[in-house]
Design a protein around this ligand. Structure first.
Ligand SMILES: [Zn+2]
Length: 103
């Protein structure tokens, strides 16, 4: 499991910021490339939670096919979603039960 800050990630918001709105809406797929990890990723329209403004754009994860807001380039896996890549943040310590302190 890589740490999150070791994973190059891109979100839909990042992608949207790189295009004019009309171009972004017409986009059906995009090529993600970082450090030689290249993937042609399909964009899908689907409703999110509380879909007041209608469908949003999502990445279709190349690994599992699920919709994803963020994709990351994980070594050995390529571009995948958080479920497939399982990267974790630094502040998540050992959650296991610890010995109680001596009395
Ligand atoms: Zn996935």
């Amino acid at each position: 499991m890589p740490y999150r800050d070791a994973v190059s990630r891109i979100s839909i918001a990042h992608l949207r910021a790189q295009f004019a709105p009309r171009v972004f809406r017409a986009l059906t797929s995009t090529t993600l490339s970082v450090n030689g990890v290249v993937a042609e990723v399909t964009l899908v329209d689907d409703v999110g939670a509380g879909f007041v403004r209608g469908p949003r754009r999502w990445f279709a994860c190349p690994g599992c096919g699920r919709r994803a807001n963020v994709l990351g380039a994980v070594e050995g896996l390529g571009w995948v979603c958080t479920h497939c890549g399982r990267w974790r943040s630094r502040n998540r310590g050992d959650r296991g039960l610890k010995e109680p302190p001596p009395i």
